[in-house]
Ligand binder design. Structure first.
Ligand SMILES: Nc1ncnc2c1ncn2[C@@H]1O[C@H](COP(=O)(O)OP(=O)(O)O)[C@@H](O)[C@H]1O
Ligand SMILES: [Mg+2]
Length: 265
């Protein structure tokens, strides 16, 4: 674990000890693109095993923050501590078309047992039977599950999900939500899910945070029994709270930031 002077050196995504009290500890994270300050001092702590939903208007910097946490952005400022093994899954499955499903899962792994490991990960997402299919023969939901298997095969301590369900139809999306919830519970994973779907956040998360004007402006613990019933009154209260913060509630809040229609990288 390394501590860095905020603002003077690149963000350091450093391997942490497994006994750490926090899975993610980010302090004063800042990112500027040209003249635009996208992140202006993000502080974020996530407990081991916690499921965090990250919301915010389109362009508010959610993907930027996730990439920083995933160690994919070396130009950010601030201090970032994450576990040793971090996996990211994006909105698009990003499968290599010339590799069969299992090879996409195994991509970058080494050793004699890579196929077995890939098959085990595919089994976890219910797709072992499609291991030898080409990506173009998979449905959108199947391709996204292959991408999830590719994230899981590395046995991550932290799973970063950037709107992985945004492009799926409603039914597939509900199934995938259940799958992600089950996987995270079974593996005791720490997860950060970027979503613009407030119901998805309340269904899955232990806590939801809203990114606004470069910082985490709002936080909502979601202390509801699972599985959660979207038609229940407490669910509705949480939904309304988040919608209000996002500026799309039926409350008096004027809509400065319309609900994002995501098509960002
Ligand atoms: N590599 C980059 N170069 C310049 N601008 C960028 C880059 N990445 C993101 N941005 C800008 O930063 C802002 C936040 O982007 P992003 O984090 O993708 O938002 P979100 O995921 O919340 O929709 C957007 O205005 C985007 O255009
Ligand atoms: Mg994004």
């Amino acid at each position: 674990m390394t501590s860095l002077l905020p603002g003077t050196v690149p963000a350091d995504t450093t391997a942490d000890t497994p006994v750490a009290a926090l899975a993610v500890d980010a302090h004063d994270v800042r990112r500027r693109f040209g003249e635009r300050d996208i992140l202006r001092g993000v502080d974020l702590q996530v407990r081991p095993g916690e499921f965090l939903a990250l919301l915010g208007a389109s362009g508010s910097g959610k993907t930027t923050l996730l990439k920083i946490l995933g160690g994919l952005d070396r130009e950010a400022q601030g201090r970032v501590r994450v576990p040793a093994r971090v996996s990211i899954a994006f909105q698009e499955p990003r499968l290599l078309p010339w590799q069969k499903a299992w090879r996409n899962v195994a991509f970058g792994l080494r050793g004699a047992d890579v196929r077995d490991r890939a098959l085990a990960a595919l089994r976890e997402v219910g797709l072992e039977h499609l291991a030898d299919q080409w990506p173009k023969t998979l449905s959108g939901g199947e391709a996204q599950r292959v991408a999830l298997a590719r994230a899981l095969v590395r046995d991550p301590d932290l799973l970063l999900l950037d709107e992985p369900l945004a492009a799926l139809d409603a039914l597939t999306r509900l199934r995938m939500q259940r799958l992600i919830a089950d996987l995270c519970a079974r593996r005791g994973l720490t997860a950060i899910l970027v979503t613009h779907d407030v119901d998805e956040a309340v269904t899955l998360a232990d806590r939801a945070v809203v990114l606004r004007e470069g910082a985490l402006a709002h936080e909502l613990p979601v202390d509801l029994d699972r599985p959660r019933d979207p038609s229940g009154p407490e669910f509705g209260t949480h939904r309304d709270q988040l919608l209000g913060w996002l500026g799309v509630g039926n409350a008096a809040t004027p809509s400065e930031d319309p609900l994002p229609e995501e098509n960002t990288p």
